[in-house]
Design a protein around this ligand. Structure first.
Ligand code: SF4
Length: 380
């Protein structure tokens, strides 16, 4: 099979790995077939927020592991393919020179041990950087069990590295991936990444992880408590959540798919933890430890806590401003700068700052007064 044929098989396989795409693809059981390799390109955001055309692919869809949820688990019958590092680097550069791809997201099945596979991922990135002098964006996956020296080598080559924890704790992981070690093979690698960044400050890549949501009866509070810990303790830039979809011919083929709304609420809650100074224990979990699906978690929190205790916009701390629906980190900073120029008295003053004023109105005071009447005037 030539390299283009391999990419048609291996590129679509990354639909199981979100990486900042504008729209997240899903596949029921088998990666979608593509007849055109440009369909392996995804419009994605880099860590700096720049939108680029990202080639997402696996180095190989062969895997020696047997994770219960995974389409690539060993023994499952489908057509597999493997790139050599040289072959993939050459194909990527051809796409780059033709203006098709600006960056590369490279993951892999585990073939011949985690360290062996990691060597091949590193080799691919080294060929791109050294032989082809490629200076663009590379996201490299860190394989289960990769060695510390390999992680440092990957970090010297990549703009982002990621370790997929898949589950929020060892108990949940063992029920869905019985031959993966949460602490020994996965979490320790995230710890090493942060240790390397802290030991030698410099231009190191950011790190991310991914959870498969709903494959192990885990609750949202488990996922988000671990998310909070990862942001705080190992400097994780982002957590990706992927709603479980049953894959035919796997142990979980009869399990119900996770509703996409759950994934959406988890993303919203994770941003509250990362960017809005919320703690996991403040989030509006139900008795089962899950977020309500029908409402944005920040709005649910505000209805419970701010409806009868509105925030005075003119004196509130940044942290309190961030708790108001409609006010994000940029909006909170604009409010604080605007307050230095004078008192904010009208809802229109917030609208001029780019704040979703109608959303904020039920939860704020402006110079001691609720803005409801002012809102109707402003929005007329
Ligand atoms: S190690 Fe990765 S590719 Fe292999 S079966 Fe598990 S999740 Fe799938």
């Amino acid at each position: 099979m030539d390299a283009v044929g391999k990419l048609k098989l291996l590129g679509p396989a990354t639909c199981f790995e979100p990486a900042g795409e504008v729209a997240l693809e899903r596949a029921a059981g088998r990666p979608p077939r593509v007849d055109d390799i440009t369909k392996c390109i995804h419009q994605a955001a880099t860590p700096g927020g720049k939108r680029i055309a990202l080639l997402k692919t696996l180095l190989t869809s062969a895997c020696e592991r047997d994770c219960h949820y995974c389409a690539f688990r060993q023994g499952r019958d489908f057509r597999r393919a493997t790139f050599s590092p040289d072959e993939l680097a050459r194909l990527f550069m051809q796409m780059h020179w033709r203006g098709i791809a600006q960056g590369l997201f490279l993951s892999s099945g585990v073939a011949g041990s985690g360290p062996t596979t990691e060597d091949r991922l590193i080799d691919t990135a080294e060929i791109l950087r050294r032989r082809y002098q490629f200076r663009g964006y590379i996201h490299l996956k860190i394989m289960p069990g990769a060695e510390r020296e390999q992680i440092e080598a990957a970090m010297r080559l990549a703009d982002r590295v990621s370790v997929n924890l898949e589950a929020p704790n060892p108990v949940r992981l063992s029920s869905m991936a019985p031959h993966k070690s949460f602490d020994g093979e996965l979490f320790q690698r995230l710890r090493w990444i942060e240790d390397i960044r802290r030991a030698r400050p410099g231009r190191w890549p950011s790190s991310t992880t991914q959870f498969v949501v709903g494959a192990s009866d885990e609750s949202d509070v488990e996922l988000l408590t671990t998310t909070e810990f990862l942001h705080r303790e190992v400097g994780l830039a982002r957590v990706y959540f992927m709603a479980f979809t049953p894959v035919p011919d796997t142990p979980l083929e009869n399990r119900a798919p996770t509703p996409p709304e759950r994934e959406q609420r988890l993303y919203q809650a994770s941003f509250l933890l990362r960017d809005y100074d919320f703690c996991a224990e403040e989030l509006p979990f139900d008795a089962g430890g899950n977020l309500p699906l029908e409402i944005d978690p920040k709005l649910a929190w505000a209805r419970q806590r701010l409806s009868h205790a509105p925030v005075e916009v003119n004196t509130a701390s940044r942290r309190d401003l961030l708790r108001v629906p409609g006010i994000g980190p940029k909006g909170a900073d604009k409010v604080r700068r605007a307050r230095e120029r004078g008192t904010l008295r009208h809802i229109g003053d917030l609208g001029k700052l780019g704040i979703a004023a109608e959303r904020a109105a039920p939860y704020i005071l402006l110079d001691g007064r609720r803005p409801a009447r002012q809102l109707s005037l402003w929005s007329a």
